[in-house]
Design a protein around this ligand. Structure first.
Ligand code: ARG
Length: 393
């Protein structure tokens, strides 16, 4: 029998896929990646494992990949200030190449000839997973059942699940499609497809409404070493705890929501809302620190790199040579990115209000308008003449 490794979430789609693949004479091995998605009420990874086995899997791998996700994907993207189309901090997109990496690894270990996933044929994630798998091992066959199977609706799938005793929670209403990990939550479909309408409060999961969140502000200080966040309010945190903590605190103040219409890779414009409190806080602080310690040309050039970096992540080209080369550039720029940024969280906003760094390039004696001014204003005259010379008619 041919073996296939399936990226399994425990949801209805991937549970039906297990059975569907078995009907096509595959031995199905499920792989569950823990990227900090948190699970539904009362759910845990053992329950997911049980469900996979009950659906027909021969074996289940559960891997806690949170640390690797943070160290090798989230932090590089943060250092790069990677933001897609100005609003999306890429939580979902960053997780896909990591899942692909383990799909391939487990396929090799199990001597499987195929991998499978539950992504739809309209989205970015199928592209990311398949391009990444193809880059890591082009010989692996890739199966995307949702693109080809006969089910037209969720009801069809539920019927199929009931027929074959696949244990799923049919009572769960599912108004949205949600993807979640430690870096953020992506929410789409349902009423969100009406662009003119404000997303209803019930669509958000970890952030309070900015209009209802507490009215007093919360000040918080983030300390970075070489571009990596290390401390909150002077207290050292492990990265995973630091991110979880900021998700919690930011969420209380309604920080990290975004509502956007984005350009998908597959040519569609789609509306999606995001919740990423920790990512928002860390990106804001990191950029503010760079403003203090990077010289002008480096800072401006890096903005172009950020745009390209975000595109590559979004486009599923994480394992590309260009992405790797950009990492080299970004890493160089982070040498001096150490210091502390003070932020104010309030009513959905996250604003930098204070900064300090041993590598600061700010020189008060040059910028001051006070009497300690050391800037020689007479020099400006010659500078302007030379600077403007090429443009004189
Ligand atoms: N639009 C985002 C991206 O392409 C998220 C996709 C998954 N969203 C979801 N709600 N399942 O990265």
């Amino acid at each position: 029998m041919k073996k296939v490794v399936l990226a399994y979430s425990g949801g209805l789609d991937t549970s039906c896929i297990v059975r569907w693949l078995k009907e096509r004479e595959y031995e199905v091995i499920c792989f569950v990646a823990d990227l900090g998605q948190g699970l539904g009420q009362g759910e845990n990874f053992e329950a997911i494992e049980k469900r996979a086995l009950a659906a027909g899997a021969s074996k289940v791998y559960i891997r806690d990949l949170q640390e690797e996700f943070i160290d090798d994907f989230i932090i590089p993207a943060l250092k790069a200030n990677a933001v897609y189309e100005g609003k999306y901090l890429l939580a979902t997109a960053l997780g896909r190449p990591l899942i692909a990496k383990y799909l391939v690894q487990i396929a090799h270990k199990e001597k499987a000839e195929a991998v499978a996933h539950g992504c739809t044929g309209k989205g970015n994630d199928q592209v990311r997973l398949e391009v990444a798998v193809g880059m890591l091992d082009p010989r692996l066959e890739i199966i995307a059942p949702v693109r080809e199977w006969e089910f037209k609706s969720r009801e069809d799938e539920i019927e199929y699940a009931l027929k074959y005793n696949i244990p799923i929670d049919v009572t769960k209403k599912k108004p949205y499609s949600i993807d979640r990990n430690i870096w953020g939550i992506s929410i789409e479909a349902g009423v969100l497809e009406n662009l003119e309408q404000e997303p209803p409060e019930d669509a958000y999961i970890i952030t309070k409404s900015p209009t209802h969140s507490t009215s007093y502000p919360r000040y918080i200080e983030i300390t970075f070493e070489k571009g990596v966040p290390k401390k909150i309010d002077g207290k050292a945190f492990k990265l995973k705890n630091l991110i979880n903590y900021l998700n919690e605190v930011g969420g209380q103040f309604g920080v990290g929501r975004s509502d956007m219409v984005e350009n998908r890779l597959v040519g569609i414009k789609s509306r999606e809302i995001y919740e990423a409190p920790a990512a928002t806080i860390l990106h804001t602080a990191h950029k503010e620190l760079e403003a203090l310690v990077l010289d002008r040309e480096l800072a401006h050039f890096k903005e172009m790199i950020s745009l390209k970096y975000a595109e590559l992540v979004y486009y599923g080209l994480w394992f590309s040579a260009l992405k790797e080369a950009l990492d080299g550039f970004v890493e160089k720029t982070q040498k001096q990115v150490s210091g502390t940024i003070k932020l104010r969280l309030s009513k959905g906003a996250c604003v930098a209000v204070g900064r300090k760094s041993r590598n600061s390039l700010y020189k008060k004696e040059l910028s001051t308008y006070g009497k300690e001014d050391k800037f020689d204003q007479k020099l400006a005259d010659g500078f302007i003449k030379l600077w403007g010379m090429p443009y004189k008619r």
